[in-house]
Design a protein around this ligand. Structure first.
Ligand code: C2O
Ligand code: CU
Length: 429
């Protein structure tokens, strides 16, 4: 099997992004210096048609190195954006061009893959439109959910906490709020709808350390895609997603009024992130209503991929049993099978194999585990990021080794990743 070839076709879409320090305004009263793409936060929405060749020229105007990773898209290995694994990091003042074919269709995002830069604001949505969606809708909105950290992110050990303190548990970064599309709840985005419409929401959890529960007051959601991939439509009044996961849901606008679309941090006590679903008929007046408590929360077991993943039926050719845990000792580390990346063995696989990864979470906190370069099957869903619950939670994923290279497999809690919870999945002949 040859590596997914580097794309040399003329791009259908060319975009320039500049990473630089800039001012963001999550509410009229709040502004802070963050890092941004093209002075926007979240970064500009990139939107292309499935199969298009997308070329992104990234200019690094930061004072440190950076890269971009195209989260969820099985790109050719050299443009995956993992520093020192798939490319040399892009030095300050330098430019690097990422070119790849945007497929399959889905809701994705892009973000820096260097250190803790994602939590400084280097992220943006990436939408690959399907030619022929399996569900009907009249309009769509992208909903980027995030945690808000003004200033420089630091590992707990560098913040003078964590360390030896709470050995098994975790320390939450000092977030000052929760955001939808870069806005604090006192400054909510309005999603205009007209009665009778069907609205597709594309939800992206672009946070660095937050598991969110999402609800829309007054409305049921029909979940149509998990991590961008189509599922048999399934109704739910809420879903939970971790850093790096995405869901698309279609909502029927049959209940005129003004309603909060709300994302609560399951593991934090900041006020919930909010936007407002506003029917035209309200003329923009009236207090938005809050969602009531959920009694039909989406479970992974509810998800059925519309088409199955090739190469993962029957017995696996190779199985990894991996434990996820907090490292011992005084420093803040998170480990996979006792090893903290980069001092960790690669997981060697061969092209064409059906690979199984069984994870057992020996820590009390949830880990959103993400695999680069491939989708995996989990239950009947096809995803690229999956929550492994704490307290001995177990999750098994299966993937087909069809994209040779060196691919990161890691926890998408950025602080866990930075503290070692990663491995390289390496193709060997
Ligand atoms: Cu969002 Cu290593 O990825
Ligand atoms: Cu983790």
């Amino acid at each position: 099997m040859t590596p997914r070839s580097t794309v040399t076709d003329e791009p259908d879409t060319s975009v320039s992004l500049t990473a630089a320090s800039g001012t963001i305004r999550p509410s009229p009263e709040t502004s802070t210096t963050n890092w941004t793409y093209n002075e926007q936060f979240p970064g500009p929405e990139l939107r292309v048609q499935e199969g298009d060749v997308l070329s992104v020229e990234l200019t690094n105007d930061l004072r440190e190195e950076t890269t971009i990773h195209w989260h969820g898209i099985p790109v050719p290995n050299p443009v995956d954006g993992v520093p020192n694994v798939t490319q040399d990091p892009i030095a300050s003042g330098e430019t690097f061009t990422y070119t790849f074919r945007a497929e399959p269709a889905g809701t994705y995002f892009y973000h820096s893959h260097v250190g803790l830069q994602l939590d400084r604001g280097l992220l943006g949505p990436l939408i690959v439109e399907e030619p022929d969606p399996h569900v009907e809708y009249d309009r769509e909105y992208v909903v980027v959910v995030d945690d808000y950290l003004p200033g420089e992110p630091r590992l707990p050990s560098d913040r003078g906490m964590g360390g030896g303190g709470r050995m098994m548990g975790d320390v939450r970064p000092p977030y000052e709020g929760l955001l939808i599309n870069g806005r604090l709840p006192e400054n909510p985005q309005m999603f205009d709808v007209a009665e009778g419409e069907r609205i597709r929401f594309r939800f992206v959890n672009a946070s660095s350390a937050t598991v969110f529960g999402v609800r829309i007051a007054g409305h049921e959601m029909t979940v149509t895609h998990a991590d961008g991939q189509p599922v048999e439509p399934v109704d739910a009044d809420s879903f939970v997603f971790g850093a790096g996961e995405r869901y698309d849901a279609v909502v029927e606008a049959t209940n005129p009024g003004r309603w909060f679309l709300q994302a609560d941090a399951l593991d934090g006590n900041e006020p919930p992130a909010r936007a407002v679903v506003e029917y035209e008929s309200t003329g923009g007046s009236g207090t938005p209503q809050s969602p009531s408590s959920s009694n039909n929360r989406l479970q992974y077991g509810d998800l059925r991929a519309v088409s199955s993943l090739d190469g993962v039926s029957g017995r696996p050719d190779r199985t990894f049993d991996l434990t996820l845990s907090r490292g011992g000792g005084q420093s803040y580390t998170w480990t996979i099978d006792g090893q903290a990346y980069p001092d960790a063995d690669p997981l060697n696989i061969r092209p064409g194999e059906h690979v199984r990864i069984r994870m057992t979470n020996q820590s009390p906190v949830v880990h959103p585990m993400h695999l680069h370069g491939h989708f995996f099957q989990v239950g009947n869903a096809i995803k690229d990021t999956v929550l492994v619950p704490g307290h001995m939670g177990q999750v098994t994923v299966d993937f087909h080794a069809d994209n040779p290279g060196r691919w990161l497999f890691h926890c998408h809690n950025l602080y866990h990743l930075d503290a070692g919870m990663a491995r390289v999945v390496r193709y060997v002949e």
